[in-house]
Design a protein around this ligand. Structure first.
Ligand code: FAD
Length: 178
């Protein structure tokens, strides 16, 4: 978070971040990033050493009853980078289908053609949909392929998820497309 001006540090909405998937500088005006960058700047100003690793572009929101989420790169961003990709897009349920208040969730996973590296994903659905994006965000930080994701030991109980979590089903679909 150190700037080119000695003694001046920057973080939050006025600072760029390094995108760990595209390997390009990006600007995301989010509190999640601002807090972490502020902490890193503060540690350094206080005489210790810390670095900010970068972002993968994770965001969630809610429009009335609909939850939306994104992480990593979207199709247009992947195309702009000139990468070839496959899509795994599925519709599933937020809970076991027989469980009260189970609702629809759509998950789209994007992976690099050939190697299968996860590039990004989007989720839309009813309550319980959006925070599933954190599994995709963590997988991006870890540099997982969609094949790595299929084996993830994610939790299951009827109030929370189908046996196969929707994110894993989408990763499987993308792996099939590889
Ligand atoms: C309506 C809304 C909803 C949001 N929801 C989310 C969300 O759900 N999740 C999320 O991750 N992000 C969200 N954000 C974005 C998030 O709030 C910002 O990215 C984050 O607050 C940026 O932190 P910052 O410290 O860079 O800037 P700010 O939080 O804007 O802090 C800058 C501070 O500097 C002060 N200041 C400005 N000029 C001067 C000056 N000349 N002298 C002294 N002080 C000054 C300001 O008063 C302010 O207190 C939302 C933003 C908005 C507007």
């Amino acid at each position: 978070m150190q700037t080119s001006v000695e003694g001046v540090w920057a973080g939050g909405d006025c600072a760029e971040s390094f995108h760990l998937v595209s390997r390009r500088p990006v600007h995301f005006a989010l509190g999640t990033i601002a807090n972490k960058q502020g902490r890193v700047a503060g540690i350094n100003i206080g005489g210790e050493y810390a670095t900010f690793p970068g972002v993968v572009g994770t965001a969630v929101s809610k429009i009335c009853a609909v939850e939306v989420a994104r992480t990593g790169l979207q199709e247009k961003e992947i195309q702009a980078l000139g990468l070839q990709y496959v899509i795994g897009k599925i519709e599933s349920m937020t809970r076991a289908s027989y469980y009260p208040h189970a609702g629809k969730v759509t998950v789209k996973v994007l992976a690099e053609k050939g190697c299968g590296r996860l590039l990004g994903g989007q989720i839309v659905g009813v309550e319980g949909a959006a925070k599933r994006i954190d599994v995709l965000a963590t997988s991006l930080h870890a540099g997982f392929t969609v094949l790595d994701m299929i084996g993830l030991d994610l939790s299951y109980a009827p109030p929370y998820s189908p046996v196969w979590d929707p994110v894993i089903i989408a990763a499987r679909k993308a792996a099939d497309a590889l």
